[in-house]
Design a protein around this ligand. Structure first.
Ligand code: SF4
Ligand code: SF4
Ligand code: SF4
Length: 378
């Protein structure tokens, strides 16, 4: 065995010093389930779903926080591991209003009552807003967890509907902490943290205020990181359904950074936007405009035709030919009367590079002036 190697499910694998068991497993195509793990941030080992059996170790080890070491003998799906994962899933399902699978302590006869209770709490008769796009639900099905010895605890905090863009449903929060890491370590906004203890535990903003009353800038990184339905985009809640929507990759139109986005399009309309996790330059991150500012394209107030101001100062609709001819005539008139430096152009930051390039060519090569700039922000 080479110096940096160990056995993973009976196969010898190599590692780079500092890599965790989870990272080595991923690099070797071995899937270990995770809930609290957020790539690129400090591992917390909070959820215990990624535990593995390491020969000789007294307890199961969280693979996200355990460094690989020479000669280890690691089993990722042993009966002991499966039993532990099922227990974690049972406890998590019983820890809130998880009405997509039969949760802990609900007898078959009570199931409809529980379901109705959750729907009433939600103010809707619909399925959980993230049904079909939830890591907890996915794992509950994978490990066939239905029912348990634990009485479900619907939680003590009401859903926070006050924020304009994000709904916080504490009854579905599994306290994995991914939102805290996304806010503090990925976006470095430091708006939320873990608050209270035990049964009272809660993710808090400022001194337990609504996000709108805190330092939150509504970048939505926490929503993208949340593995369950505890943080949901308000505009797409109960509208977006993963089985109805298709994903289209595009570049954010708002500024020159060029963040990569997924547009979630349903019935021909964008209903939600997420960042492309492995796409440069943003690696999944978006700002408030990129993530939530997509619906202006459906505004009734959008200009659909050029407007020309008449002698009285009122706007009247015009054709593109008429508007462009008017602008060209005015440019020619100004250059003839006062020279090219009497003109100046400001290219919009929302323009694509190619349009901005053409704009400066027009000013420099055609009008013969260097009075051309680019507005930094929109
Ligand atoms: S958050 Fe996930 S596990 Fe909970 S009810 Fe919704 S889909 Fe089910
Ligand atoms: S929206 Fe952004 S700033 Fe606000 S809590 Fe979430 S990650 Fe932090
Ligand atoms: S809100 Fe979501 S990401 Fe944050 S702790 Fe709860 S379940 Fe985890």
């Amino acid at each position: 065995m080479s110096e940096n190697a160990f056995f993973l499910n009976g196969n010898e694998v190599t590692f780079t010093p500092g890599q965790t068991i989870l990272e080595v497993a991923e690099a070797n195509g071995v899937r270990i389930p995770t809930l609290c793990h957020l790539k690129g941030t400090t591992p917390t080992g909070a959820c215990r779903i990624c535990v593995v059996e390491v020969k000789g170790a007294r307890s199961l080890m969280p693979s996200c926080a355990t460094p690989a070491a020479r000669g280890m003998d690691v089993k990722t799906e042993s009966p002991r591991v499966i039993k532990a994962r099922r227990m974690v899933l049972e406890l998590l399902l019983a820890s809130g209003n998880h009405n997509c699978a039969a949760p802990g302590g609900v007898a078959d006869d009570d199931w409809t009552g529980f379901q109705l209770g959750v729907q009433n709490m939600d103010g809707t008769g619909d399925l959980c807003p993230v049904w079909g796009d939830c890591k907890l639900q996915e794992l509950a099905f994978q490990y066939q967890v239905r029912g348990s010895r634990f009485t479900p605890n619907p939680g003590k905090y009401p859903t926070e509907l006050k924020n304009p863009l994000i709904v916080r449903d504490f009854s579905r929060c599994i306290l994995c902490g991914r939102c805290v890491q996304a806010c503090n370590e990925v976006q470095v906004n430091r708006a939320i943290s873990h608050g209270y203890r035990g049964y009272d535990s809660k993710i808090v903003a400022a001194e337990d205020k609504a996000l709108i009353d805190s330092e939150c800038v509504f970048c939505g990184e926490c929503v993208q990181a949340c593995p369950v339905g505890a943080l949901v985009e308000k505009k797409s809640r109960y509208v977006w359904r993963p089985w109805k929507a298709k994903k289209i990759r595009t570049t954010c139109p708002y500024c020159g950074v060029g963040c990569q986005q997924w547009l979630h399009v349903q019935d021909g309309k964008i209903v939600k936007v997420t960042g492309v996790e492995d796409g440069a330059p943003n690696k999944g991150r978006l700002c408030v405009k990129g993530r939530f500012g997509y619906d202006f394209i459906y505004s009734e107030e959008r200009l659909k035709t050029p407007l020309i101001r008449d002698e009285k100062g009122d706007f009247r609709p015009a054709s593109w030919d008429e508007a462009l001819n008017l602008v060209a005539d005015k440019f020619k008139q100004i250059i003839a009367e006062s020279g090219p430096d009497a003109l100046a152009g400001v290219s919009c930051a929302r323009s694509i590079n190619e349009d901005s390039y053409q704009m400066q060519k027009l000013f420099r090569a055609v009008f013969k002036t260097n009075n051309i700039d680019h507005c930094a922000r929109t």
